[in-house]
Design a protein around this ligand. Structure first.
Ligand code: FES
Length: 122
């Protein structure tokens, strides 16, 4: 299985890349097997994700999954954003090759860590 056009689009034109200054929540995750790393920063307003950015040092699928994750999460309340699963991420990209599913895990985990971090600070 090769990459879908959605994966190629988000890999070539990543959305919401970067880092929010004075973020309300920060999530940093890594995959020890492949060495890829991801940092998610969020701004929270009225219990909703007002803004979200990512920095990913990793494979093309990790970049595409981070990018789509930011689009899925923005505007959602924290409970709904926390519930975004790796399958939601992969589905939004029209599917991922099986050996690349762990890359979508990284994105969902990164957001959950950022939300946990926000909640522990508030
Ligand atoms: Fe590890 Fe993609 S190869 S996140």
């Amino acid at each position: 299985m090769s990459y879908t056009k959605e994966v190629m689009d988000h890999f070539s034109n990543p959305r919401n890349m970067g880092e929010i200054e004075n973020a309300d929540g920060i999530g940093e995750v890594g995959n020890p097997t492949c060495g890829d790393m991801m940092k998610i920063t969020i701004k929270v307003k009225d219990d909703c994700i007002e803004d979200i950015k990512f920095k990913t040092l990793g494979c093309g699928a990790a970049i595409a999954t981070s990018s789509i994750l930011t689009e899925l999460a923005i505007g959602k309340n924290l409970d709904d954003a926390y519930a975004i699963s790796r399958n939601d991420v992969a589905e939004a990209l029209g599917g991922l090759p099986p050996e690349k599913m762990h890359c979508s895990n990284l994105a969902a985990d990164g957001l959950q860590e950022a939300i946990k971090n926000y909640r522990s600070n508030n």
